[in-house]
Write a protein that binds this ligand. Structure first.
Ligand code: FUL
Length: 633
């Protein structure tokens, strides 16, 4: 006999007037043994979000606040040795953060209560490494409390980021001991600060001081959340919300909220994900092929996290590199408009305020989005409809209206189904294709050339079951000039620079390309096991205070350097080490230009950049550009 096993809660619903009974699977379903491909696809089409996941999806715009000891050291990842006294945001004003984010249209804020450096923004009992030991408010301050109160005052939802990776905790690596400490931190945060709507766990992990890799107990962490804040969604290493796979604000055009990709807390998650070739960065996480090969599927929707600046933490030198309005709007279309939720980071500065440039940009963004979507030009677009595959729905437009955006949504409380659709406009007495797309999900936006059709029709081309169309809209989005500020490279004057030595180079990418002031060209070493290095003669002596590394801006970022050593020399023979354990923090997820500042200045005419490890342990390395910072006499 075939065994039918359906995990999760199963709902039976009678659809208005029709006798057909539909069975829905909340959050997950395991396919019965021997299920046919058609049965699997049909079951996948009936997986629906939990109430919490649905509430979260409706927020559309959520904000990250990266704030902590790194704000004061200007680093992206602290190593845990920082002195807590350095934390002193004398003008801290969480109400200013919340007001600015609200003006941008954001509905929830998520604070980095603890980042990888282990410094806690609340006076925890679990470690001395917290605001209680800081110079701020004589150790009596509590950022989490102040933000909570500001959120309550303005009606903003509140979430916490608690980094499992802790480079300060001495018990990190002693897995049971650290897991206990981490759960205690969770209990403090989730038990003492009122309602929390999202808990964000990053996946970064390493060995502790004992040399052992920390093994996290995700199930136990989840149980703490479920007992204290059952309504909160658990993101990234949690099993409610999935990381979209990059930190550039790019969703997938084909984005399935129903996927066989399993969060780590599920049985056999790693084995199954490997068997199916699934990981957060994979292009395809939910096609028919993947579903048919799988034994189970989950409602595991994606979240697009990206910073308004190149880095996650505030760095004054990035003040002029706040993303343009055009770029933020593109990100909106590629996240919210691709069936995802946007999590935009806006980092408070050393004063404890969002900087003026970011506040202005947030307001521009909020105004642009609300003006664009204020007036739906389709008549009857808000009426819900049921469409069978092959059916279409036609809408009249208000006469003479110019449009360039089409919006469509599925009622995801009845599953995600659409695999292909076409949008056509009635122009000059004929139907012309305006746009086409694959998945829809909660919300799909498609852009096309400006036009004034008399009517628009939506054609449901291909799908997994009947479509529950929840709304359709046509709008005009004002065109904006597209710039990509954060790709600006710090260009040094490199006149007279020469390559002094290099371990290897491939003909298409010679070493000299790393110092030609052109980030589009790059040096690539060969794939030998030996040490890869580049030595440069700068032609004259400088007082070197740091250096810059621009990774290669290509899609897979292969060859990007993670760990390095940096040496200088006055004669090109005797070398002194300035940075022995250098780390380009977070470069794998966020491959932006890196600026490293030394603790001292070094008189030098030559430098040597030695690669200790590539981001994925690949045997070759690439360098888009390497430059130096120097002090004037
Ligand atoms: C990453 C972290 O390592 C970054 O520092 C940042 O917090 C980002 C949101 O997640 O993986």
């Amino acid at each position: 006999m075939k065994k039918f096993f359906i995990s999760g809660v199963v709902l039976f619903l009678f659809l208005g007037g029709c006798k057909e009974k539909e069975t829905y699977h909340v959050k997950e379903v395991t396919f019965p043994e021997g299920a046919t491909p058609e049965q699997k696809i049909d079951m996948a089409a009936h997986v629906v979000p939990t109430e919490g996941q649905y509430r979260w999806q409706q927020l559309e715009l959520t904000a990250f606040l990266h704030f902590g000891i790194n704000t004061f050291t200007e680093r992206e990842w602290g190593d845990g040795t920082e002195d807590p006294v350095w934390f002193n945001p004398v003008d801290l004003d969480c109400e200013q953060w919340v007001r600015a984010l609200q003006a941008g249209g954001f509905k929830m804020v998520i604070l980095t209560a603890k980042h990888h450096d282990g410094f806690c923004l609340w006076p925890t009992k679990t470690t001395k490494h917290s605001v209680a030991s800081s110079g701020w408010k004589d150790g009596k301050g509590d950022v989490v409390r102040e933000l909570r109160e500001a959120c309550d005052k303005y009606g903003m939802k509140f979430g916490v980021y608690l980094s499992p990776w802790d480079r300060n905790a001495s018990c990190y690596g002693d897995s049971p001991a650290y897991n206990r400490m981490f759960m205690e931190q969770l209990r403090e945060l989730l038990g003492n600060y009122g309602r929390v709507d999202e808990v964000w766990f990053d996946g970064a992990n390493a060995e502790g001081p004992n040399g052992k890799l920390q093994i996290y107990d995700w199930k136990a962490f989840n149980a703490v959340i479920d007992s204290l804040q059952p309504q909160a969604v658990k993101a990234i290493m949690g099993n409610d919300i999935r990381w979209v796979g990059n930190e550039r604000g790019l969703g997938r055009e084909t984005e399935w909220s129903v996927t066989p990709y399993a969060a780590d807390s599920y049985e056999n998650a790693q084995e199954e994900n490997e068997r199916l070739g699934l990981k957060p960065t994979a292009k395809d996480l939910g096609s028919r092929e993947k579903v048919v090969e799988a034994n189970r599927v989950f409602w595991y929707p994606s979240e697009v996290d990206v910073s308004i600046r190149p880095g996650w933490f505030y760095h004054a030198e990035q003040d002029a590199r706040v993303k343009s309005l055009a770029h933020l709007v593109d990100i909106y279309f590629q996240s919210v408009g691709y069936n995802s939720v946007l999590l935009l980071n806006v980092p408070p500065d050393k004063r404890g305020l969002l900087s003026e440039s970011d506040v202005t940009r947030l307001k521009e963004f909020g105004d642009y989005i609300s003006a664009t979507f204020a007036d739906n030009r389709l008549q009857g677009g808000e009426v819900e409809r049921k469409l069978k595959v092959g059916e279409m729905v036609e809408y009249a437009l208000k006469p003479g209206e110019v449009v360039n955006v089409f919006m469509v949504g599925e009622d995801i409380r009845k599953g995600q189904r659409v695999e292909e659709f076409v949008v056509e406009g009635w122009l000059d007495g004929d139907w012309k294709e305006l746009a086409r797309g694959t998945t829809v999900g909660y919300k799909r936006l498609v852009r096309f050339e400006e036009c004034s059709p008399e009517k628009i029709r939506f054609i449901y081309k291909r799908g997994r079951a009947g479509m529950n169309l929840s709304y359709a809209g046509a709008y005009r989005a004002e065109r904006l000039d597209v710039q990509r500020e954060e790709n600006t490279v710090i260009r040094n004057e490199k006149k007279g620079w020469k390559v002094l030595g290099v371990d290897s180079e491939i003909p298409a990418h010679p070493a000299v390309a790393a110092i030609d002031c052109n980030p589009a060209t790059y040096w690539q070493s060969d794939s030998s096991d030996g040490l890869h290095y580049l030595e440069v003669d700068m032609g004259k002596e400088y007082k070197l205070s740091g250096f810059t590394y621009q990774p290669v801006a290509e899609n897979d970022f292969a060859g990007t350097v993670y760990l390095y050593r940096f040496y200088v020399s006055r004669d090109g023979k005797k070398w002194s080490l300035c940075e022995g354990n250098g780390e380009f923090s977070n470069i794998k997820n966020n491959p932006i230009s890196q600026t490293i500042r030394f603790k001292n200045n070094y008189p030098a005419r030559y430098f040597r950049f030695e690669v200790v490890r590539e981001i994925e342990h690949r045997p070759f390395v690439t360098v888009g550009e390497i430059g130096v910072l120097y002090a004037f006499d």
